[in-house]
Design a binder for this molecule. Structure first.
Ligand SMILES: C[S@@+](CC[C@H](N)C(=O)[O-])C[C@H]1O[C@@H](n2cnc3c(N)ncnc32)[C@H](O)[C@@H]1O
Length: 688
């Protein structure tokens, strides 16, 4: 029974499991736990006392599971929906003891083969025993090559990293703990980031620092196993969790991570006997059986149910979380009507432009001149006209006279723009329609032309554009505006006047997005970010980007609503463009070295890429009103090729990383291709 209903949430985190001991009566085990309120069991599939070396030679490596029950005891849907196989926890494939090592490998293969036969959705792999897990990982990697759809969850303790020990302040070297993230990282590298290998985190009573915890949200965590001894006791004797544990659980729910309750009851509850019965049941006062872990499950449900419902915008964007999209290329391609419609829903953006134009008009034309002087305003890249409308509204609001040129290179958009052609358009919002309806025929001139080639009949006082894309200039705003500033008066104003980029290193892991719509839009308010992109084919992180085996995909700045991401360091400004730019040494190439400092209590991390944002100043104090970074929508640039060469380990304190963003690649004027980019290099300068 799901933990509860939360409007908009259809994720797996609604289902809660329970870890059980081996029971050869699987139907009984399942019905007890399902009737007890859990959705699935995490149970051993084989008798833990089984050792191949103790058996007749006939069994060894035969693939037969001698101590597993029959597959017929449950229906296929029961196996696949309600059972996660727990691989024998005694296995140690890196043991010095040869018999144990061999037995372990045989059993691991037998159990996974049996679980595949049962079509289980996942198997829980025991935590690697020692510091070395090479043979274990090698064997799992081998298994993964031929596995059906089953996921393998590697059990990893959410260890508290001892800051003192990690800082070298501890006298006793044996106290230095292994960072469990490193164990995981080592294992997954040896398994080549296989998409079916994920994590089940063991949540213990003490938690690591917030920075250390944050790393796990950039990793493929599927389940969190919470132990009964991690629970505190409330005033009425019932289990509850510390505030930090509660926040962690909420974060798990928000990241579609399933909770599994584990352990024996440790609370003396008023309803009676707290001794764990072999079958996990307890007698109710009325004689009915009650699951002995029910109070823990009830508390988990309570935490789930007390979360706020997802806001409507968030619900709409759910399907776009971690969905990589190639940025739009409006200079090279002609955008489609649906794309313009998406832009035009962004009321915040246009009202900010209206405010900026109003301020610019008031600065330029005094009240005395208002009735006599006409301002020439050019909207370059006018699309279907929303910025023309915003400008005209600003003129009306400020009582200033305006003459407008709407310059647009997309011939399809111009059909919509042009009043004579208005019959061809089905789009009522079109400026052509507006011009007719509002009687602006004498105010607005529509120009079907690339702004860089237009021979303007007069110079502009104000140049309005919106070519910012998602990382500030990815629609080639600087190059287009450099071409257009020829027809801006020497004291003319460009709106926007500047845009600043910033970014920060991230860990990021997407593996199971199952969308493949041929044409998709994400509308996002400009106050939060510009996410304008669509993608014809979904590119999945790691696997897909890597599988292209080319530079282009690694050097593409994808647009993505980041969700399963760990921000590893605060963002830093990268570079800025300002308009107009009359300097004779003007150059749109940028080169920058950045040094990011990873908080020392994070422990080790791996940088998968960079999340980039921008802040645009439209005019004076009018900008995109919220720092975009506060939302999780941004572009991310993957540096996998490079991190593969230089896996970045941030162990203690300061590690310097140098980011080279040497140049924006130039483009040929004949072809007008859209070229995105900077080439990115990473190197480690210094280790401490
Ligand atoms: C991001 S859209 C913005 C459209 C419109 N201003 C809006 O807010 O809906 C950019 C527009 O600029 C146009 N564009 C891009 N580069 C251009 C150029 N060099 N000359 C003229 N128009 C251009 C594109 O065709 C597209 O319609």
């Amino acid at each position: 029974m799901p933990l509860g209903e939360r409007s908009g949430d259809k994720s797996d985190s609604r289902y809660c499991g329970v870890e059980t001991e081996f029971n050869d009566d699987m139907p009984q085990l399942l019905s007890t736990n399902i009737n007890g309120g859990f959705d699935f069991v995490v149970s051993p599939l084989m008798d833990p006392s089984y050792r191949p070396s103790l058996m007749d030679t006939g069994y060894k490596g035969s693939g037969i599971a001698p101590f597993a029950g029959s597959d017929l005891v449950l229906s296929p849907s029961q196996w696949s929906s309600h059972v996660v196989g727990k691989i024998s926890s005694w296995i140690d494939l890196d043991s010095e003891d040869e018999i144990l090592r061999k037995d372990s490998e045989i059993v691991l293969k037998q159990e996974i083969s049996w679980a595949s036969h049962l079509s289980l959705q996942a198997c829980l792999l025991p935590t690697p025993k020692g510091a070395s897990c090479a043979n274990y990982a090698r064997c799992v990697n081998q298994i993964l090559q031929n596995l059906n759809n089953m996921q393998l969850w590697l059990r990893i303790p959410l260890d508290k990293s001892d800051d003192d020990a990690m800082n070298g302040n501890s006298d006793d070297l044996s106290e230095v703990q292994v960072d469990s993230w490193e164990t995981w990282n080592c294992f997954r590298l040896l398994c080549e980031h296989h998409s079916q290998l994920s994590i089940a985190l063991d949540v213990l009573c003490s938690l690591p620092s917030a920075n250390s915890l944050g790393r796990w949200f950039g990793e493929p965590v599927r389940a969190a196993i919470i132990h009964t001894n991690s629970f505190l006791t409330n005033a009425r004797g019932y289990p509850c969790l510390s505030k930090r544990h509660q926040r962690l659980m909420t974060a798990f729910f928000n990241h579609s991570i399933q909770i599994v309750v584990s352990g024996t009851p440790v609370h003396n509850l008023p309803m009676g006997n707290s001794e764990l019965a072999a079958d996990h049941t307890d007698k109710h006062i009325d004689g009915t059986q009650r699951h002995s872990l029910r109070p823990y499950l009830d508390y988990v449900s309570y935490l789930y149910q007390k979360m706020d419902p997802l806001p409507e915008q968030e619900r709409f964007e759910l399907g776009y979380r971690d969905f990589l999209q190639s940025p739009l290329q409006p200079l090279m391609d002609n955008l489609e009507a649906q794309t313009y419609e998406t832009f035009e829903k962004d009321t915040v953006k246009y009202s900010q432009y209206e405010r900026a134009v109003s301020k610019a008009l008031l600065d330029r034309i005094s009240d005395e001149e208002a009735s006599t002087k006409t301002t020439v305003l050019m909207v370059v890249g006018a699309g279907r006209g929303p910025l023309v409308r915003a400008s005209l509204q600003a003129a009306e609001e400020t009582g200033r006279k305006l003459r407008v040129y709407a310059v647009e290179k997309n011939p399809n958009a111009v059909i919509t723009l042009h009043p004579d052609q208005i019959d061809f358009s089905m789009v009522l919002l079109a400026i052509g329609n507006l011009v007719k309806l509002e009687g602006w025929e004498n105010i607005v001139t529509i120009v079907s032309c690339d702004m860089r080639c237009w021979d303007a009949p007069e110079k502009a006082d104000i140049l309005v554009s919106e070519l910012l894309g998602s990382f500030g200039d990815n629609e080639l705003s600087p190059e287009c505006l450099d071409g257009a500033q020829r027809f801006l008066k020497a004291d003319g104003i460009s709106i926007p006047s500047s845009y600043l980029y910033k970014f920060h290193p991230t860990s990021y892991s997407i593996k199971t997005v199952q969308r493949c719509k041929s044409f998709d839009f994400l509308y996002c308010n400009w106050s939060t970010a510009l996410v304008l992109s669509m993608s014809k084919a979904l590119i999945l992180f790691i696997l897909q980007v890597k599988s292209h085996k080319d530079l282009v995909h690694f050097e593409t700045a994808y647009v993505v609503k980041l969700h399963r991401v760990a921000r590893l360091a605060p963002s830093q400004p990268v570079f800025t463009f300002t308009h107009p730019e009359y300097s004779t040494t003007k150059d749109n190439q940028r080169y920058k070295k950045l040094q990011f400092e990873i908080p020392h209590d994070s422990g080790s991390v791996m940088v998968h890429g960079f999340a980039g944002y921008f802040d645009a100043t439209l005019y004076k104090d009018v900008s995109n009103i919220f720092p975009i970074e506060d939302t999780s929508v941004c572009t991310i640039r993957f540096a996998f090729r490079i991190t593969a060469l230089a896996v970045l380990w941030f162990n203690q304190g300061l590690v310097r990383m140098v980011c080279n963003l040497p140049k924006r690649i130039s483009y040929s004027q004949q072809q007008w291709p859209f070229v995105l980019g900077w080439s990115l290099g990473l190197s480690i300068e210094e280790f401490h």
